[in-house]
Design a protein around this ligand. Structure first.
Ligand code: SF4
Length: 315
């Protein structure tokens, strides 16, 4: 599909007037917050905060064109990232610990968030990339109405840790063109240890299926820019802690062998990782190569840049 033939899915949703209902339903969920699988039940409309620590107003730590994302998102002019403050999964090894755990950022109005999207589009970003959006779905939907009204026309990226409920994702059907979830852990025990979320593996599997149902495999235009679809991230952890083989098997057998996957090698101990933990070191070259092989063995061949970098290093 060429860019000229493509129209972001939210344009049609906006034209048919379906946004109002989505915004209303999403804000209702904040009364006894059930936006994510934590189901805290706190009244965020009344100022209470749950596990994620997010309040009523959305907080942003930064927004800018980003060139460190996956190639189809970065293109020539960058991905328009908006980094949300706080997080619903709160991994102990988070590389953005000051944002996700310590709450670095500022409250922004719905109008301001809408203007940020327009600014990023005006400077040429190929998409608007909401980083860690799960706990702010209502606020994002409301700001989107303002941005679309002002001419927003690039695809939206839902860049999530994968701990999303199907009910909330259904509200995003017809809004996001690109889902970019992490698949972090295949083991409940590991998910409990590092994110206090023992239900992460089954929750993520259901979320991935819903995301793929909505947008399908990743479609890239003739210039290599992502237009629509699922783009999966998987961070390889030391001592096979992320369950890479099982994750690749799940993707190949229950999502699609044509899934676009970024197998990431940049893990390094940070945040509040215990120095005695298996995660107190970087991964080895061997561990990364085994992860790539696990994907290929399952028939997953659409791998992001990491593999090519490795090939270059061999020469
Ligand atoms: S979004 Fe935050 S407050 Fe709401 S259920 Fe999830 S962790 Fe709890």
């Amino acid at each position: 599909m060429s860019k000229n033939e493509f129209e972001p899915v939210y344009i049609q949703t906006f034209k048919t007037g379906l946004f109002a209902e989505k915004v209303e339903k999403a804000f209702q969920m904040l009364k006894k917050c059930s936006l994510c699988p934590r189901n805290c039940g706190v009244n965020r409309l009344g100022g209470e905060r749950g596990v994620c620590k997010a309040g009523y107003l959305l907080e942003v730590s930064s927004y800018s064109p980003h060139f460190g994302e996956e190639r189809p998102l970065v293109g020539f002019h960058g991905s328009g990232t908006i980094f949300m403050t706080h997080c619903n999964i709160r991994c102990l090894f988070c590389q953005n610990y000051s944002i996700s755990h310590l709450g670095e950022g500022q409250e922004v109005s719905f109008e301001r968030l809408g203007k940020m999207m327009i600014e990023l589009q005006k400077i040429g970003c190929h998409n608007i990339n909401f980083v860690t959006p799960t706990h702010y779905v209502p606020q994002i939907l409301k700001a989107l109405v303002l941005a679309i009204d002002k001419g927003l026309s690039v695809p939206l990226v839902y860049n999530t840790g994968g701990y999303d409920s199907v009910e909330t994702l259904k509200l995003l059907d017809g809004v996001f063109d690109i889902y970019m979830p992490d698949f972090k852990y295949n083991s409940s025990e590991v998910a409990q240890t590092y994110s206090q979320a023992p239900d992460y593996p089954p929750v993520a599997r259901l979320a991935f299926k819903e995301m793929h149902r909505q947008v399908g495999d990743l479609i890239i235009d003739e210039k290599g820019i992502a237009l629509r679809g699922l783009l999966v991230r998987h961070l390889v952890l030391p001592q096979e802690s992320a369950g890479t083989k099982e994750v690749m098997h799940f993707l190949a057998s229950e999502i699609s062998k044509n899934t676009y996957v970024n197998i990431m090698d940049q893990y390094h101990p940070c945040g509040s990782i215990d120095p005695k933990s298996p995660l107190s070191r970087r991964i080895t070259t061997n561990e990364f190569n085994e992860a790539i092989e696990a994907a290929k063995k399952e028939g997953i061949m659409r791998l992001d840049k990491q593999e090519k970098l490795r090939l270059i290093w061999k020469f």
